[in-house]
Design a binder for this molecule. Sequence first.
Ligand code: FEO
Length: 395
Amino acid sequence: MKPEKITNDVYSLRVNHFNRRLFDSLIPLPEGTSYNAYLVKGSEKTALLDSADPEKAAALFDYLKDEKKIDYVIAHHAEQDHSGSIPLVLEKYPAAKVVTNPKCKEFLMTHLHIQADKFIEVKDGETLSLGGKTLEFVYLPWVHWPETMGTYLREEKVLFSCDFFGSHLATSALFSEEHVVYEPMKRYFAEIMMPFRSNIKSHLEKLAKYDIKFIAPSHGPVHGTPKFVMEIYREWAVSEPHNKAVVAYISMHGSTYMLVNRLVSRLQERGVCVEKLNLDQFDEGRVAMSLVDAATIVIGTPTVLTGPHPKAVYAAHLANLLRPKAKYVSVIGSYGWGGRAVETIAGLIPNLKAEVLKPVMVKGMPTEADLKLVDELADTIAEKHKTTVPCGAGA
Ligand code: FEO
């Protein structure tokens, strides 16, 4: 493969991983992913920005086969999908120095056993000249790890943003198309950045002063429309939740399913947008994405032994980890002879700063009186949502 030109003296060394289906042995990748390294060539020095997952190192080195000299390896992030091939890069280019911040240096020494004398430490805002090309380092801690940074190439107005603004999307297109990249970006944001929304907000404010023509992230295509990308991130990270309820459920004998259907239908009649997720086909990314803008989360669960269904437990645990914006939560479900499903779910979500709305748990198949309680829950949710943002606004 030949490096793909983005702009003057800036090249993409993107390694697509089309058939990877799971990240971190956890996150489904319906559209694969890519590990993006970049090459910036000054009149005096050449910099490689990040590397590739070691599993795909051969593809990275295929891009580099005609590259005689690398002076600097800019390490934005120590997670191995980007840093894992740096030791191999240093073997091929022994004179190269790894340029990064002190925290990332510490991680790279610990995780990859790179020796201290291979590093040049840079401060936030510090610059490095390659000869007619100026790299400015921009700390972006807690995109999801504490050491992450980006680089702004002043002359070409390119922001190399690392995981920030990335997408798990393997594609042959170098540049993103808004309608194609939107969902993979949202999925990626939801899976790893949603818990760090306040940091994302600060980073967006920090980046506002830069004149950015291209955003070159570490996953997925390059963005030639930075305004669009910044605006959807602002929407996901900063704006108030939407008039939307996520109803995530599992049913064993149909009783919980009846409650869920009643709730969904009554919410829709009251103008509340609903995302109904059957946890029987659990897709962590889909669940995460649904939570980005929902004002209410309702878990629907039958009782297994004395507690919630294990898939409902997993969904609640995931929501707790992801810390979405939701302001209200509730539980609906059923039991055969008893149990503590509601109390167990409530104990699983301490990170959600949400008001718990009156749950509806019924014994066996719901009666008309039980369904009326579901109607009341729908009334409460619709009333609470009167101050929320209309569905789909800004998206
Ligand atoms: Fe793509 Fe946090 O690594």
